[in-house]
Structure formats: C-alpha cells, structure tokens
Design a protein around this ligand. Structure first.
Ligand code: NAD
Ligand code: IPM
Ligand code: MN
Length: 360
C-alpha cells in the first residue's frame, strides 16, 4: 500500500517524538511491504516564526490532500514564550483548532489502558491498579467552549471576558453515534459525561444521547456528572468502557486518565471525521520543560501511528505489530524518565524508538 502522510512535527518535544513514530512506520513498511510517503508541514510556534501565522491556508490544503496527518504537538511555555504575547488568534493553539475545524475532526478518541508492566507507575492504590482498566475516551472536538463566541471588553468600567459553550443537536448526535459504534466493538458500555444539573448544553447533550442510545439496545449506557466522573476515574477506573463527552470535559478528563496509565506520554489519540481520514497525535503537549533533551516518551506518538494504520488505512495486523512491539519493550524493562522505576532500564526518546523498531 502507498500511504501519503502529512507530518506536522510542531514545537517542543513534537519533532523528537514524531521522528520515532516515523522510524517505527518505516520499519512496518519494510516488514509488510508498504510505502509511507511523508510531506512535512508547519503548524504552531514554528509556523509563527517562519510564516507569521500558526497555520497557513497552504498547509491546510496540503493536509487535506493527504491520506492522514501525523502530528507531534504545538505550543510553548504559556507564561514565558513570546508566542503568548500575540493576540489569541495568532498563537500556536489557534493553528491546532483551525486544522481540527477545517478537517472536520469532530471525534477525538483517546484510549487509556493500563499495561500490566506499568502497574507500578500507576499512582492509584495497589488494589485498584491490580484490577487494571481499559477505556476509550470519546471527546467531541470541534464544538463547545473552544469554538463559541468570545469577547473581552470593558463593561461599566470593569474588564469582562465571555466564552460561550454552544452545541447543536447535530453536533451531539454525530459524536454520540461514533461513541455507541465504538462501544459495539468493545465491552458495549457508554458513560456519557455532562453537567446536566447546571448547563443547558448538557441537558441537550443528555436528551440526544438518550435518543441515539435507543438504536443500540445491546449497549448499556449511563449518564454521569463530570465532577463525579473525575472522582470515579481515580476510585474505580475499571468501570469505564467508552466515556463520551464534550470538548472541554474530554480535554480535562483525558489528561487525568493519562496519568493513571502511568504518564501522559502513554496516551495516544485519533481525531476523525465521517470518512477514513484522520489526524493522529499524542494527547499531551509540547512539554517545554523537557524539550530538546531526548527525554520525552515517544510511545503515545508511536501508538497514535498504530491508530492511523488501523483507522485510516485498515492495516490491522501492522497496527498490531506496533502495539505488540510497544508491549514487548515494556516487558523487556525499557522506560523513559516519566515511567522509570526500580529494576527497569532508563532510555532516552531516541533509544526508546530504536528498541521499538527492533521489536517490529
Ligand atoms: P504538556 O502536556 O506539554 O506537559 C505537562 C507535563 O507532562 C510536563 O511536565 C511534561 O514534561 C510532561 N509530558 C508531556 N508529554 C510528555 C512525554 N511525551 N514524555 C514525558 N513527559 C511528558 O502540558 P503543558 O505544560 O500544560 O503545555 C505545554 C504546551 O503544550 C502549551 O503551549 C500547550 O498549549 C501545549 N499543548 C499542546 C497540545 C497539542 O499540541 N495537542 C496538547 C496539550 C498542550
Ligand atoms: C489537547 C490540547 C489542546 C486542547 C490545546 C493545545 C488547544 O490540550 O489536544 O488536549 O485543549 O484540545
Ligand atoms: Mn489537552
């Protein structure tokens, strides 16, 4: 198969982790007889520096013309980087929001599961970690607070900022359908997370999820308030299968879920539209505190590349090969600094990439 991949390395650790994922893809290509063609595009701070904007229309067009996008991460230290002196629409994050919107990537899948070998890296009580967990966070990605009307202005001499949380029923229905579809391929349980005791948008969310659920009689579903969900994630993560939620709640809950897998450096993601197209990226950020030091954990990005093979290219056994190589590297005791523990071997980002390549 010939696969045309737009590669956006981005900022901070982005280039380091994406380079490892490309190495792994090339190893898969060699073993299984596929060609991965890469076209590198700029987005984020590096695009601001080179082009004056976080994402050019040309880059969007090139991304659209590709089969899939592999992304690292964008942004810098939001307190100290000069990028954050720019108006919000010119900052690195505006590029990420623009590409998600332009490509229609409304469904963000973030699988959080605890590897047997990382039970010791899980910060939960031993008896909870021992039970393990395997959930798919299904985050709505192109609506809600991130894309609502916003304004900062003076009202009666007082500085006032407004962000608007808007969802229409169609936006809710399409993500709910994706959530239930995914649940049908898993353990057939959906937990829809909202704040329906306070927010109108959540009450509409609940109503539409209930309508969609009627078409999936085999799926058990429940509603859970987001504050309770944040608590349940640390109390009993094994109860979750598909966690279906809106944009901002999904952002926050997925970082929480990442940590109980051992590290944000383990959490892959796929952002999908209605077609086979997708953008694949680690769930974490550009990690400015460790950027350029060969310390980052590349596994989230490598597992995101596996999701790309599975969801965009239907290359299931190739995706399995990557996931098994990751498992094997953990079995063999290699760890980056975020998940290292007594009795394991500390490796850098590049060496972790090499170890995974050796196991493809
Ligand atoms: P972050 O996820 O970049 O970092 C939080 C902590 O996790 C840091 O201590 C970092 O070192 C660690 N970490 C993250 N990824 C890691 C990895 N692969 N291996 C080891 N450790 C890792 O979050 P932040 O510091 O809040 O944000 C930094 C910048 O990243 C901001 O500009 C933010 O907007 C941006 N960001 C981008 C994306 C994205 O591109 N998708 C996602 C989240 C944050
Ligand atoms: C993520 C990030 C982004 C988000 C930021 C960088 C805009 O945190 O992908 O989780 O909030 O969606
Ligand atoms: Mn986030």
């Amino acid at each position: 198969m010939n696969c045309n991949i737009a590669v956006i390395k981005g900022d901070g650790i982005g280039p380091e982790v994406v380079t490892q994922a490309m190495k792994v893809l090339d190893a898969v290509g060699e073993k299984f007889g596929h060609t991965f063609n890469y076209e590198q595009l700029l987005m984020g701070g590096c695009s601001i520096d080179a082009c004056g904007v976080p994402l050019t229309d040309e880059a969007v067009a090139r991304a659209k013309a590709s089969d899939a996008v592999l992304l690292g991460s964008i942004g810098g230290n939001t307190s100290t980087s000069p990028w954050y002196k720019l108006p919000p629409e010119k900052r690195p994050e505006a590029g990420l929001l623009k590409i998600r919107k332009e490509l229609g990537l409304f469904a963000n899948l973030r699988p959080a599961n605890l590897y047997e070998q990382l039970k010791g890296a899980c910060p939960l009580k031993e008896e909870i970690a021992d039970r393990g967990f395997d959930m798919m966070i299904m985050r709505e990605l192109t609506g809600g607070l991130y894309f609502g009307a916003r304004e900062t202005k003076e009202v009666d001499g007082v500085m006032t900022a407004v962000d608007t949380l808007t969802y229409n029923e169609n936006e809710i229905r399409r993500i709910a359908i994706k959530g239930f579809d995914i649940a049908m391929k898993r353990r057939k349980k959906v937990t829809s997370v909202d704040k329906a005791n306070v927010l109108d948008s959540s009450r509409l969310w609940r109503k539409i999820v209930e309508e969609v659920a009627k078409n999936y009689p085999e799926v058990t579903y429940e509603h859970m308030l987001v504050d309770n969900c944040a608590m349940q994630l640390v109390k009993d993560p094994a109860q979750f299968d598909v966690v279906l939620t809106e944009n901002m709640f999904g952002d926050i809950l997925s970082d929480e879920a990442s940590m109980i897998t051992g590290s944000i450096g383990m959490l892959a993601s796929a952002s999908l539209n209605e077609t086979k197209f997708g953008m694949y990226e680690p769930s974490g950020g550009s990690a400015p505190d460790i950027a350029g030091q060969d310390k980052a954990n590349p596994i989230a990005t490598i597992l995101s590349a596996a999701m790309m093979l599975r969801y965009t290219f239907d290359l299931d056994k190739e995706a399995d090969a990557i996931e098994n190589a990751v498992k094997q590297v953990l079995v063999d005791g290699f760890r980056t600094c975020d998940i290292v523990s007594e009795g394991t071997t500390l490796v850098g980002c590049n060496e972790m990439g090499d170890k995974i390549v050796e196991r493809i």
